[in-house]
Write a protein that binds this ligand. Sequence first.
Ligand code: ATP
Ligand code: MG
Length: 602
Amino acid sequence: MAARSATIRRRIIACFVLSGAIIAIGSALGTVQLARSVLADHRVETALNRLGWAARQLEQAYAQGGIEAVRNKLPEIRRTTLALYCGVANPDGTYVAHTIPSRIGEPMESHDGRLQRWGNIQRVRFSSEQGPVEEYRLPLRHRGRFIGTFCMAVRLPSFRALSWQLLRKPALLLAVPLLVTLLGGLWLTRSLGSTAAVIAQLETLADSDAPQANRLVTVRPQDRATIGWNRLVRQLGRGSAAEGTSSVADALKRYQEYRSNEVLNSLPDGIAVTDAAGRVRTANTAFASLVGRSEDQVRGEDIHVLLNLRAHPDVLARFRDEHTLGRQVTAELEEDRGGNVITLRIQRLPLRTGSDEGYLWIVRDVTQQVLAQKMKTQFVYAATHELRTPLSNIRAYAETLALAETLDTAKQREFCNIINSEAMRLEKLIEDLLNLSRLEAAALSLNVGPVDLQRLVEEVITNIRPTVEKKRQKLRVRLPEKYFPATLDKDKIIVTLVNLLGNAVKYTPEEGEIRFEVYQTESHIRFVVEDTGIGIAPEDLPHVFEKFYRSRDPRVAKISGSGIGLALAKEIVELHGGRITVESELNRGTRFTVVLPAVAAS
Ligand code: ATP
Ligand code: MG
């Protein structure tokens, strides 16, 4: 494969060197031709410009000193006009003066075929020993009489001589274009290198009847095509790694299975497929971790053993019962995992694909749900029991007040106060129960209206201050400098903030510090409640907003609470279209942040 790729690369380089050379030679020839025509034009133009001037000089010389003066003038004219030669022929066409002395007395050549005329100027083009020549002829006059013909020759630059002259500067003509194309070629080869490697691998695939997936390799990513190729190779690699297969077709099939496994593995529930006897054919990662094994360790094992059903004979009996074999069965069992008791809900569904029979098992950790259910039952039980105490107190004191004939006013006031505070206790209990039932039925609704945020915050602080003082904690408050109008359900926001501050006080030891911060912009309100208390363990943190959830921390168990405060707070905040978040570090403290839109969503 590497040899193929190198051959392709060599071919590309050769192509570029060849085309570089052709371009270089072509540009050299073109430059010579261009230089030649520019030079020729320049010389002809100079000659033509000076032709008239030379003729007038000669006519003047003739007027002053006859043909002898003309003869003397000619060398000066040749020098000035840069001509190859100059001559003057008499009206018969015989040279009477010439810069080449041997031509004097010879006839002027006639070049009929190559003669061109512009007015009284004639031009003849012919080849001489010194290369191509252009000769210009012009009649000379004296007092209106034709006295002879002036001729002047210009040598045209020879192609060969010019090429030689220019080629002596190779950097200009050959090296520069050659270098440019070579560099371009190298750059292109480099950038085509990955494509060449892909082509080479595709050629190998074309030559093979059963192409091997593991022989395909990724290339340096350069463009979308090579990126796409790399992706394909990686996917094939995964497919073949899954089962150790190496054919491309198998690898593709494996890849499909790999994708389905990926979906299964992303599910939080444990999923396993077994044969009719209960041997595991396939299982996802969640299943393996629920039974405390690796994925490889569960394949082929008896699911009853993996789920430790022998330790739960009643559950095992249900799964083994003849009547349940073709039906869906659900059972729950408790397992001790290193001191932690977890509850697993196991569901078994019959699977029939063609003649093949088996079961689909879904295993879910329902510890939290079971715990929440227990807590709820306990809460309702405790609350109903607690209702009795204030009620009987109220009855007893009310009866005493009604029946006692001689009771001083101080005593009467004391009894009334007791009745009042017991009624308040009742009210709080009933409020808790109501909140719970509203939460359960998802029937909490808001009663929004314009709110004076400053007064709301003051009410919250007044409410919480006595409990803070009782525990000799420090309450630090930060309030906005400016308040903007807000539209909220005032009572429910007070409940939320009192719950958060109540928790901060409850879960912070005496003399700890509680921070309550309020920030407001025109569009949002942010409350921050922070404490230096016991903190929340990372494993409890995601659950604190669940109903009846209380941290497993033994310090929490000692503090009374039912686990609905934060669930209620979250529900209220979300009904307003806001967000509540928590950050905490065990033994360092906790921070709750509530962000609300200034105008509630409902
Ligand atoms: P209640 O319903 O009477 O408020 P609760 O305080 O136990 O009872 P939540 O307010 O919902 O219930 O709190 C749930 C759990 O979150 C608490 O039991 C506690 O474990 C944890 N928690 C809440 N706030 C704090 C805090 N500031 N510091 C440490 N733990 C906290
Ligand atoms: Mg609470």
